[in-house]
Design a protein around this ligand. Structure first.
Ligand SMILES: Cc1cc2nc3c(=O)[nH]c(=O)nc-3n(C[C@H](O)[C@H](O)[C@H](O)COP(=O)(O)OP(=O)(O)OC[C@H]3O[C@@H](n4cnc5c(N)ncnc54)[C@H](O)[C@@H]3O)c2cc1C
Length: 326
């Protein structure tokens, strides 16, 4: 296997919103940084991002990633298309084994994201980001006045349905024949707010291209639906964090402190793989926080190890170090 034998200051695993933002900060802090990305950012599923600061007309998720990468490249960030399979840490240095190459660095940021579990309905993934959604904060605003299906059977499904009432009067819960697991209080809310619940199995979904039209239930009922929100939970891409011994909470989120540091020295995490609210601008902000924390730590380490002194000695020997006076 090829060895990317350069000793990077920082390896960022994941080139989505969190990873790209961290890269921009680290590049501008003159840290030798590589972003390793397997190319599956969730952002590509959103054709019209409306809640990212600075784009009043909206911007496609793919375009946002493209611009982020271009911006990072401007500050000498390297990129590798690869997938990191495992990682170890020996003597404060991380070794990461990818499908294509191995990499080593003193600091690592995990910005690997998550996978939203889609509903078990054939044809639904074709509607992803167009009429099937996972996030009411991202997409509730754009479905105002529409007939909304909330897919789920737990407290979150009920709370989603209640939250959607801010946007539309027509909201129903579909459990797809699963027995409901919501609490007595949530059942009370269903009754109090008169939320329709369809417990039948969903036989099929009718759609025109990516626009959902209706859900056909196995007793023959056909319910007109214009948008569907799934609440089946997420899979966190935390395998590398776990293999390095970092603490992961019971949901699978990588635990971090206020500076995005994990429980392993030198290992940071940012974006949706952490307990952050999974939004693009939050992921980008968290990536910046991780980068800033690394930058501060590396500065302190350079003072302690006297490596900054060596840099200064070279400057004093080879370059003008006094300002010109006139
Ligand atoms: C349908 C849909 C619509 C959305 N709409 C919006 C919206 O309108 N507004 C909003 O704010 N948010 C929206 N989101 C959420 C948004 O996409 C996420 O908040 C954002 O992408 C999170 O950034 P991230 O960097 O944490 O993860 P991601 O952007 O998902 O990036 C993670 C990256 O890590 C890479 N990776 C993972 N494991 C490895 C590995 N082992 N080796 C190498 N690379 C790896 C992946 O390939 C991926 O490129 C939407 C999400 C979906 C699914």
């Amino acid at each position: 296997m090829a060895d990317n034998s350069e000793n990077w200051d920082v390896v960022i695993v994941g080139g989505g919103l969190a990873g790209l933002s961290a890269a921009i900060y680290l590049g501008r802090a003159m840290r030798r940084t590589i972003v390793i990305d397997s190319g599956k950012s969730m952002a590509v599923w959103e054709p019209d991002v409306q809640n990212y600061l600075g784009f009043p007309e909206g911007i496609g998720g793919e375009e946002l990633l493209h611009r982020g990468r271009k911006q990072a490249e401007r500050y000498n960030i390297e990129f590798a298309e690869d997938e990191i399979l495992d990682a170890i840490r020996t003597n404060d240095v991380f070794q990461l084994r990818g499908r294509a190459q191995t990499y080593s660095a003193r600091k690592v940021i995990l910005a690997t994201g998550i996978f939203h579990i889609p509903p078990e309905i054939e044809g639904v993934t074709e509607c992803l980001g167009r009429s099937m959604y996972f996030c009411k904060d991202c997409d509730g605003y754009r479905v105002q006045g529409k007939a909304i299906a909330v897919y789920g059977w737990n407290n979150e499904a009920v709370e989603y349905a209640l939250g959607m009432l801010a946007y539309t009067p027509t909201v129903a819960i579909f459990t797809n024949s699963r027995s409901s697991q919501w609490s007595a209080q949530h059942q009370k809310w269903i009754e109090e707010y008169r939320l329709p619940v369809y417990p039948q199995k969903i036989q099929r979904l009718k759609r025109t291209e990516f626009q959902i039209r209706s859900l056909v239930l196995d007793d023959g009922t056909e319910v007109i639906v214009e948008a569907l929100f799934a609440t089946r939970g997420d899979v966190y891409y935390n395998k590398l964090a776990r293999s390095l011994g970092a603490h992961v909470d019971k949901e699978g989120q990588v635990t971090i402190d206020d500076h995005m540091a994990t429980s392993i020295p030198g290992l940071y995490a940012a974006g949706c793989v952490t307990p952050a609210n999974c939004q693009m601008i939050i992921a980008a902000g968290d990536g910046a926080i991780a980068a800033q924390a690394i930058n501060r730590t590396m500065f302190k380490e350079a003072l302690e190890s006297h490596s900054l002194k060596q840099v200064r000695a070279r400057q004093l020997e080879k370059e003008r170090t006094e300002p010109v006076t006139i």
